[in-house]
Design a protein around this ligand. Structure first.
Ligand code: AMP
Ligand code: ZN
Length: 470
């Protein structure tokens, strides 16, 4: 089976050939940890999780390295720290903010069914030269200066865009056009208005590291050049992120990495997801039209959110609506009704699902195929039907869906959890006790009480189980 991926740099869909099939390497820009992530931020996390799952399927779990960084140095973090923890020294306040936010982020994306990346480096661990000799930002900046690609001016170290003949190739922005279009007053210390910051000096109440250019902090782009090189080498297979990162972030990562290492490429495939939109506008913090992952998880099972995301091809915009969320919740419910509590995930994934996903992650096609597989079960009985249900489960797991049993799923469904699990368990224990002493009047009364709460119980030789009536 072939995997074909659309590459933003060459603007074509190409067969994916890893540099080393024994170690397929992918880097995705991760969150800036200062606040709850919104559902738009979840899109790259989910999309590249599907790609990670496909790569693991094709090359083997041990042969894929997925790096997603955590940006824990940023002026938005400093502001948040000063505001939320005014009593603490800045460094401690920053640590509080970043640790708390990173934990929230993990809990959120775990609930969305995302596998953890192989490594999750934090930017602040890669500012200064490291004891283990892995790539770091200060050394990269020194290399850029030594090779004539960067210069120090006005308390900053800047990348000299004119030193790189094909600067702008990823975004298709030509340097001349950028110059002609520059209306803002040119920063006097820059050789070219498009030159961007690699290092800037910090004031006393800003976080800073001692460097050859004084106490300062790195620009945003250099951190990804350092962390990708640290774990994936100077050239690797896939680099991903949202569409808004193409320029300036990824353009500048390419400039830094290629010029520091003298390589012809930083990554061989550049992949970008489209925006999640609300009524035609990109969901974003600044527009205020956002809903956090956490808020949505209060009302919806993670799998319904995930299915809603994957119904649209990753490069197209998604219109995020309640109506489609409701539809997708019903789809997940019905699939779990079909697969039930069978935990055996034997047999292979459906060939059509695999080839659809292999075609630049056609998740919407794959989901249509899952519905067809689910519907086809009624044409079979006995073992053949069990096998179809298992194919449904194994294939859906490639999309990060249906990895649980029905009972586990129901228990994570907030609409179901509106029924307090502890209360149900206590009532069930009372009922079991009533039955043991043959007080059937009381046991029936408890059953009716549970039914009134929407809880259906089933007695079998193994004991009593319960579920939410749908
Ligand atoms: P940020 O915190 O803005 O740096 O975004 C983190 C990641 O989420 C980046 O890969 C962005 O491209 C992505 N992202 C932000 N907003 C959206 C959106 N509305 N739809 C899709 N991806 C987004
Ligand atoms: Zn990045």
């Amino acid at each position: 089976m072939q995997l074909r991926l659309y590459d933003t740099l060459t603007r074509e869909k190409r067969v994916f050939t890893p540099l080393d099939p024994a170690n397929v390497r992918m880097y995705v820009c991760g969150p800036t940890v200062y606040d709850f992530a919104h559902i738009g931020n979840a899109r790259p996390v989910i999309v590249f999780d599907v790609l990670f799952r496909m790569l693991r399927h094709l090359y083997g779990e041990k042969h894929v390295t997925y790096v997603r960084n955590i940006t824990d140095v940023d002026d938005k973090i400093n502001d948040r720290a000063a505001c939320d923890f005014p009593g603490l020294p800045l460094n401690e306040a920053i640590r509080e903010v970043t640790e708390q936010t990173a934990n929230q982020f993990h809990a959120d994306v775990d609930a969305l069914g995302c596998l953890r990346p192989t490594v999750e480096p934090r930017a602040t661990d890669f500012v200064l030269p490291r004891a283990d000799g892995k790539a770091d930002m200060v050394t990269l900046i020194k290399q850029l200066i030594a090779r004539g690609h960067a210069y120090e001016a006005g308390g900053e170290v800047l990348f000299n865009v004119q030193s790189m003949p094909d600067y702008g190739a990823l975004s298709g922005r030509k340097l001349d056009e950028q110059l002609a279009g520059a209306r803002v007053a040119v920063d006097a210390h820059k050789k070219n208005p498009a030159d961007f910051v690699l290092w800037k000096l910090s004031s006393e109440n800003e976080p800073g590291w001692e460097s050859p250019w004084g106490r300062g902090r790195p620009g945003w782009h250099i951190e990804c050049s350092a962390m990708s090189a640290a774990y994936l080498g100077n050239v690797f297979d896939i680099h991903g992120g949202g569409l808004d990162l193409i320029f300036p972030h990824h353009e500048n990562e390419i400039a830094q990495s290629r010029c520091a290492h003298g390589t012809a490429a930083m990554a061989n495939y550049w992949m970008h997801n489209g925006f999640l939109e609300v009524e035609g506008a990109k969901m974003s913090k600044s527009l205020g039209n956002f809903v956090t992952i956490r808020e949505l998880l209060n009302d919806w099972p993670g799998e319904a959110l995930r299915l809603n995301m994957l119904k649209t091809h990753y490069r197209s915009p998604i219109d995020w609506t309640l109506k489609s969320l409701e539809e997708n919740k019903r789809a997940v419910d019905s699939w779990y009704d079909i697969i039930g509590d069978d935990t055996q995930a034997t047999g292979g994934a459906d060939e059509d699902v695999l080839s659809l996903l292999g075609d630049d992650l056609n998740t919407s096609g794959a989901i249509t195929r899952l519905h067809a597989i689910a519907a086809s079960r009624t044409r079979y009985s006995g073992q053949a039907q069990i096998d179809i249900k298992r194919t449904l489960k194994v294939s859906a797991i490639l999309l990060g869906l249906l990895g649980k049993t029905k009972t586990e799923y129901v228990k994570t469904d907030p609409k179901a959890v509106a029924v307090n699990k502890d209360v149900v368990d206590a009532l069930l224990a009372d009922r079991t006790a009533a039955r043991a002493r043959k007080d059937f009047k009381e046991s029936d009364r408890i059953r009716d009480e549970l039914a009134a709460m929407g809880v259906v119980i089933k007695d079998s030789k193994e004991g009593t189980t319960w579920e939410i009536a749908r």
